[in-house]
Design a binder for this molecule. Structure first.
Ligand SMILES: [Zn+2]
Length: 341
């Protein structure tokens, strides 16, 4: 079974660039930039990856401090993007939507355009070298306020159709509810962005309907709090909203107490459109293969059901009708080679 999971063609829709920096590269760049607070590589690894005893999302988010220190230069951002795609290509990922918040990379003087274009250059170079196809989702941060979100949406509009496909809202859900950013996401709609919103990750179920109704989300990041309210599950189903679930990350941040309480099986059986993603390859020390394995071993998913989840991801991807048919064909081709269809 593990060999099959390794060989499966995969789709990744929820993957943070800063949480997915190749560890060896991060170590090398930190040393190069003069950050020498680790005694050795092992101590470094503990500082940038979560352990099983991680207590909260807050503790989890502390791990992003180190990648953000080195992701303030164009060449570093380009390299990190390229290497992430090289790693994903080896894991048989056919299509990925990478996301990051441009403003977090402008602390040492980079311009918005330099940050976005460095990522797009890494994506292009990876496509040329490995054939892996990727698009970009830009994140607005909840705590930065609506005006900053509007800036992201306005500044990046020129990249729609050139690698940027969507905008997202992320960060502290409790203190900064979706309605604060309503004006920004109305603008995003008008500009032609696709919209996905982090909501219901840390237990606040009402953020899910608000993100759909007020922010026009077509996909919800995590969404696990929907399990508490049948009306919200009905809304997700009725509006055909896709859930970008990230099981290992959600377990680490203690969004659920244990894998047995994780609602993906419940959502799946209710006919909700779930997709499975990694959130952060490095911080969570995970891969799609590990996520699928967890679903099979702990939640009773069959291989056929994993294939249905992959089909959901194809349907959920922020791509055009024609592109979706190309992606579907390339995934089917791989599945046929594996004699799975
Ligand atoms: Zn996320």
């Amino acid at each position: 079974m593990m060999d099959i999971l390794k060989a499966l063609p995969k789709i990744e829709l929820h993957c943070h660039l800063d949480g997915s920096v190749r560890p060896k590269t991060l170590y090398e760049l930190l040393l190069k930039e003069g950050f020498r607070e680790f005694r050795d590589y092992k101590e470094f690894e503990e500082a940038v990856m979560v352990r099983d005893d991680c207590k909260s999302l807050k503790e989890y988010l502390k791990k992003f401090e180190y990648p953000l220190r080195v992701m303030q230069k164009r060449e570093n951002i380009e390299r990190i993007t390229y290497e992430l795609l090289e790693d994903l290509d080896k894991q048989k990922v056919k299509y990925v939507e990478i996301r990051f918040a441009p403003y977090l990379h402008m602390e040492e003087g980079l311009l918005f355009e330099e940050v976005v274009e460095s990522t797009l250059m890494g994506m292009e170079r990876a496509k040329k070298d490995f054939g892996i196809w990727s698009n970009l989702i830009l994140i607005c941060m909840r705590h930065e306020g609506v005006e900053k979100s509007i800036e992201v949406i306005q500044n990046a509009a020129k990249y729609i159709g050139k690698g940027v496909v969507a905008v997202d809202l992320a960060g502290n859900e409790q203190d900064f509810p979706p309605e604060i950013h309503e004006k920004a996401f109305k603008l995003a709609c008008e500009k032609g962005y696709n919209i996905t919103i982090h909501a219901g990750e840390t237990g606040i179920a009402e953020n899910i309907p608000k993100s759909i109704q007020l922010l026009h989300a077509k996909r919800i990041g995590h969404g696990i709090a929907a399990a508490k309210d049948p009306k919200i599950m009905d809304l997700l189903k009725e509006k055909n909203i896709f859930l970008e679930m990230c099981p290992i990350s959600n377990l680490q941040t203690k969004s659920v107490g244990s894998i047995e309480e994780y609602p993906i099986r419940k959502f799946f059986e209710k006919g909700l459109k779930v997709t499975v993603n990694t959130d952060n390859l490095t911080v969570s020390n995970t891969s799609l293969e590990r996520e699928y394995k967890l679903l099979i071993e702990k939640l009773g998913f069959s291989l056929d059901e994993i294939l249905r989840i992959i089909q959901n991801s194809i349907d959920a991807a922020f791509i055009t009708h024609d592109e979706r048919e190309i992606l579907r064909k390339s995934v089917d081709e791989e599945l046929r080679k594996l004699e799975l269809i």
